[in-house]
Write a protein that binds this ligand. Structure first.
Ligand SMILES: Nc1ncnc2c1ncn2[C@@H]1O[C@H](COP(=O)(O)OP(=O)(O)OP(=O)(O)O)[C@@H](O)[C@H]1O
Length: 232
């Protein structure tokens, strides 16, 4: 049985001054689906994600969050950003930041339990007390994922979040995301240039090309299609 929609984009368009990024984008994402969002550099993938995250207002069309806006909570894992070696927080405090609204991490017992659980799930338990600035790139990226998941969102956006990771760490992260998807029906938008990973981990694709978007089941995403899309 098909799930109910969680996100519906209708005739969506974003135009920066003198620069239309995309137009007339129509897309329905159902609860529990995993989508890859692909397309060449600069085509508008991050702009689309920022619009879904309410950071940008669409210039045309609309986005519906279903069954209601209040019921759709979004976790966001950005592209890898380094963190200064002398950044003062431990991995555990960093993961808990979302729970405190980015103030100093004075957590309640319940919040501490949430952090503990997600550290466990993301394989960061042994590293909880390590200053995040001294963690490896992969560990930092896991911490960003844990931070995005700590409040149990029902929609997770991975914005090229695995791009800088080695194959083993990349697979660990995406296996965890798949596990959460199956257990909790977490809906996932995976922005990526990694077509083999998209084919392995996602069920549907949205391919953005200048002036046009295409979507379908991931089995239809052939190498030729990607090549054509990247060369428009
Ligand atoms: N705030 C802004 N003002 C003006 N132009 C912008 C703004 N943000 C993004 N752009 C432009 O919009 C286009 C789409 O950018 P976006 O970051 O969404 O692309 P992308 O598909 O995510 O690219 P990449 O794969 O390189 O990350 C680019 O040409 C970019 O320069």
């Amino acid at each position: 049985m098909e799930s109910a929609p969680i996100l519906k984009l209708e005739h969506l368009g974003v135009t920066f001054p003198n620069h239309p990024v995309f137009n007339d984008l129509n897309l329905t994402i159902n609860q529990g689906e995993i989508w890859s969002i692909i397309g060449k550099n600069g085509v508008g993938k991050t702009t689309l994600m920022r619009t879904i995250l309410h950071q940008l207002r669409p210039t045309h069309g609309k986005i519906s969050y279903l069954p209601s806006q209040g019921e759709v909570t979004i976790g966001y894992v950005p592209q890898f950003r380094n963190i200064d070696a002398d950044y003062p927080l431990t991995i555990k405090d960093f993961v808990g930041l979302n729970l405190t609204g980015w103030k100093l991490p004075w957590l309640s017992a319940k919040e501490r339990a949430k952090v503990q659980k997600i550290l466990d799930q993301t394989g960061l338990k042994q590293l909880a007390k390590r200053p995040i600035g001294q963690a490896s790139g992969g560990e930092k990226q896991k911490a960003y994922l844990a931070q995005a998941l700590v409040e149990a969102p029902n929609l997770l956006i991975l914005d090229e979040s695995t791009a800088s990771l080695d194959p083993v760490t990349k697979t660990e992260l995406l296996d965890l995301v798949t596990e959460l998807n199956q257990r909790l029906k977490l809906t996932v938008l995976f922005v990526t240039h990694d077509i083999p990973m998209a084919q392995k981990y996602t069920q549907h694709y949205l391919m953005m090309t200048p002036g046009k978007v295409e979507q379908g089941p991931i089995a239809n995403l052939t190498t030729e299609k990607v090549w054509e899309g990247e060369n428009v």
